[in-house]
Design a protein around this ligand. Structure first.
Ligand code: DUC
Ligand code: ZN
Ligand code: ZN
Length: 482
């Protein structure tokens, strides 16, 4: 067979194996894995690593924050930056506004994405107003191929425990995944008020205002709620060793609990918040940066399998009045936009510091950067692996290229990882067989990315946590989860 495109001679890496082969692509899909394949077009991948394109599973693009600040990146700049960082698809958030129906939220984000994205995309739906009408409408999101939902345990948009149980239950019934931002709201408010009333207002006090114990308490509670509903839960941006241990324990028990951490928690510390002249505001993100001991513990949980994915939590707000200083300069730490960029840095950082420094294997890198996200968010086997019939979403990496991190392709005016020496960069990214990035250049146009219609979360390997009080055979016949 003559293929549209052949990748020749690369070292192929999946979540499970590493082997030398050509990849033959036809009609945007992987048609053949073999030797001496024939193609109208050829990319020489000798000396290179050929991996599934990254799937960025947590990023904020063309989204207003809880404080009403629009991210600097729209679907064009955000997707371009993601692609230069080795990603062939991404899943930002579609954030429901108070009182808005789910169909209106999805329609609005379709308008923001469809003529702009250069790579394939989907959305997680952020539920800020889970009233009964919205719960009744949730199955409609599944019809639209949106099968994951994020809720907050803090901020004005926080859900109560009962609301979280409702969402977990509906999501479980349809095979979806509930994602949770786990921090105890009252602990954060109390600490913030105590600090600001005593005059501790600079950006660095963002860290003590959000102590690790607030995350640990909320993670523990969220896991308990997930166990009660026997429903899958993804704890996003875990930043504490104890939080990770709670997840590891829940997983050992077979519960449907998953988690992610982010590069900022393993490469930066709260000392970065203490930079002079409000520079510390660049490092305000939530949960906040922690310390060196935390970095080491989180690496162990990455290597040991506690975390299914490492996401960037790219939340880009420029260091000017459009972003960090939307409230002006004269505000306390609560008044700065909350988040930092990193969509283009996630995979190079994990490759350079993870794989090349021997902290994780190259196969773990693929699992953490692509395959597990595809599995959890209903995209496997179409995305996230190098298999016959899969979309030809592929990243070719040069493991020897070394660069100092500097300006990225996003719409930001700073890079929190600037100055780091990074070895190993993606040189070519394909999305459905099309060159997105090659030779350092963009080869597609805004709008070439397609919406990814997603399916169910894969819960294989976990037994769940059915409790005697919720099981009809041990609770005197009461059917709770119909
Ligand atoms: N949570 C996120 O996931 N991103 C930015 C800020 C936040 O609270
Ligand atoms: Zn969050
Ligand atoms: Zn986020």
């Amino acid at each position: 067979m003559k293929h549209d495109l052949v990748l020749k001679g690369g070292k192929l890496v999946t979540a499970n194996e590493t082997f030398i082969a050509d990849i033959g692509i036809k009609g945007g899909k992987i048609a053949t894995l073999g030797e001496s394949l024939d193609g109208y077009d050829v990319i020489n991948a000798d000396e290179k690593l050929v991996m599934p394109g990254g799937i960025e599973p947590h990023c904020h693009i063309a989204q207003e924050s809880g404080m009403g600040v629009m991210t600097s990146d729209d679907y064009e700049t955000g997707s371009i930056s993601a692609a230069f960082g080795g990603n062939s698809s991404f899943v930002p958030f579609a954030a429901q506004k108070k009182g808005e129906s789910i169909s209106d939220t999805i329609d609005e984000y379709d308008r923001r994405a469809e003529t702009k994205s250069v790579i394939d995309y989907s959305y997680h739906l952020i539920l800020t107003d889970p009233n009964q009408d919205v719960l009744n409408e949730l199955p409609y999101a599944f019809e639209r191929g949106i099968t994951s939902f994020k809720v907050f345990m803090t901020y004005a948009t926080r859900v109560t425990d009962a609301q979280l149980l409702d969402i977990l239950t509906v999501a479980r019934r349809h095979g979806g995944l509930t994602m949770v931002h786990a921090e105890n709201h009252d602990m954060l408010s109390w600490m913030s008020n105590s600090l600001t009333q005593a005059g501790y207002t600079e950006p660095r006090y963002h860290a003590p205002a959000r102590p690790g114990i607030a995350e640990e308490e909320a993670i523990n509670r969220a896991i308990s709620l997930s166990k009660l509903a026997n429903a899958p839960l993804m704890i996003v941006h875990v930043s504490t060793p104890t939080g990770a241990e709670l997840v590891a324990k829940a997983r050992m028990d077979g519960a449907y609990v998953f988690s992610e951490t982010c590069p900022q928690y393993i490469f930066l510390t709260r000392e970065d918040l203490n930079k002079p002249k409000l520079e510390g505001a660049k490092y305000i993100c939530s949960p906040p940066l922690r310390d060196v001991a935390t970095q080491e513990a989180l690496w162990r949980h990455i290597a040991g399998g506690t975390f299914s994915v490492v996401s960037s939590d790219h939340a880009p707000y420029r260091f000017d009045e459009s972003g960090k200083f939307f409230n002006g300069h004269n505000v306390d730490f609560r008044g700065f936009a909350n988040g930092m960029p990193g969509i283009e840095m996630r995979l190079p950082l994990m490759f350079s510091e993870g794989v090349l420094k021997g902290r994780i294997s190259i196969n773990q890198f693929v699992a953490l950067s692509s395959t597990n996200a595809a599995r959890l968010y209903g995209m496997l086997p179409r995305k996230g692996t190098l298999a016959i019939g899969a979309d030809a979403d592929i990243a070719i990496w040069d493991p020897s290229e070394t660069r100092i991190a500097g300006e990225m392709h996003d719409a930001m005016d700073y890079n929190p990882f600037e100055g780091m020496k990074i070895k190993g960069w993606p040189t070519t990214v394909l999305n459905r067989g099309q060159r997105v990035i090659d030779d350092g250049k963009l080869h597609v146009k805004p709008g070439d990315g397609n919406f990814i219609y997603r399916g169910r979360t894969d819960l294989s390997g976990l037994t769940g946590s059915s409790l005697p009080e919720t099981e009809p055979k041990t609770n005197f016949g009461a059917e709770i989860f119909k």
